[in-house]
Design a protein around this ligand. Structure first.
Ligand code: ZN
Length: 285
């Protein structure tokens, strides 16, 4: 395989083939040496990569046809989900925030995770979209140096940080975690692409369309704190664990930052795409 694409179908870890049209069961592809549970696989990422690297074209052609609607969240039970607010310069300006001096960290709770093509049940009139690049950890630790940080990352995937702005801004100062943790507000996927294979992992094109209209479009090198900076900062305070998820912030163009605001409506389809990582398609209900 050129890139390792690691996903979950029916609760079992799978490899997505290079053609993106088939999948292989990880436990079976490893001859039983790797577990079927995606979380256990993430904690044994080096072995996962070794098995994937040995797959032949014959193995790939024997895969099962991929139905995107069957993909589950590739990280079903992360011990921690971190998210960074105001991490793109243009987004800081539209939300009328000063540039942060340290990463502005909140959490999205595990019970809000959603599949890559899952529906999003809107609550109230002010739900918003936020396209984000997401890093998934393979190796945890404390006090991880910036220079070592990439070696702790399993891979990258696409995320939506769906946000209930009414709840987020109900008080002064605002609070982030609950407004971003309603049921289904945390879709990630469609699979994890191994970070080591991504030549341009520090500068990927990211686009968010809502019902066909481009609302967000950026290169991820507009980030204020890059992934190694974030990992080093977080691990200087909290121990990180295999399978932890890090949302790295959204670029400009969110609905709340528009004039007039453009909040999500039932029937809207949110398509979130990152170069080399794939697309999430989430319908609002
Ligand atoms: Zn966000």
């Amino acid at each position: 395989m050129v890139s390792i694409r690691f996903g979950s179908i029916g609760g079992r870890a799978v490899f997505i083939t290079n053609s993106l049209t088939k999948f292989l069961d990880v436990e079976r592809a490893s001859g039983g040496s790797l577990p079927s549970d995606p979380m256990q696989c993430l904690s044994r990422w080096a072995e996962v990569c070794k098995v994937a690297s040995k797959l032949t074209e014959h193995d790939e052609s024997s895969g099962v046809a991929l139905d995107m609607s069957k993909l589950d969240c590739p990280v079903p039970r992360p011990r921690q989900i971190f998210a960074i607010g105001i991490n793109y310069k243009a987004h800081a300006a539209e939300m009328k925030n000063a540039l942060p001096k340290e990463p502005l960290v909140f959490t999205k709770f595990q019970s809000s995770l959603n599949s890559p093509n899952g529906a999003i049940k809107l609550v109230g009139e002010k739900c918003d979209y936020e396209a984000e690049l997401v890093a998934v950890m393979a190796k945890g630790g404390r006090d991880i140096a910036i220079a070592d940080a990439w070696s702790h990352v399993a891979g990258l995937c696409v995320g939506q940080d769906v946000s209930d702005r009414a709840l987020q801004y109900a008080n002064t100062p605002p609070q982030f975690s609950l407004g971003k943790s309603r049921a289904g507000f945390t879709p990630i996927g469609p699979w994890i692409t191994d970070a080591a294979s991504l030549a341009s992992r520090g500068n990927l094109e990211m686009t968010c369309r809502v019902s066909g209209e481009i609302m967000q479009h950026t290169q991820t090198d507009d980030m204020i704190f890059e992934i190694p900076d974030i990992i080093s900062y977080l691990s200087s305070i909290c121990e990180l664990f295999a399978g932890d998820v890090i949302y790295t912030g959204t670029p400009s163009g969110v609905g709340a930052g528009r004039t007039p605001p453009r909040f999500l409506r039932a029937g809207d389809v949110i398509e979130t795409t990152i170069q080399d990582l794939g697309t999430l398609v989430n319908t609002c209900i």
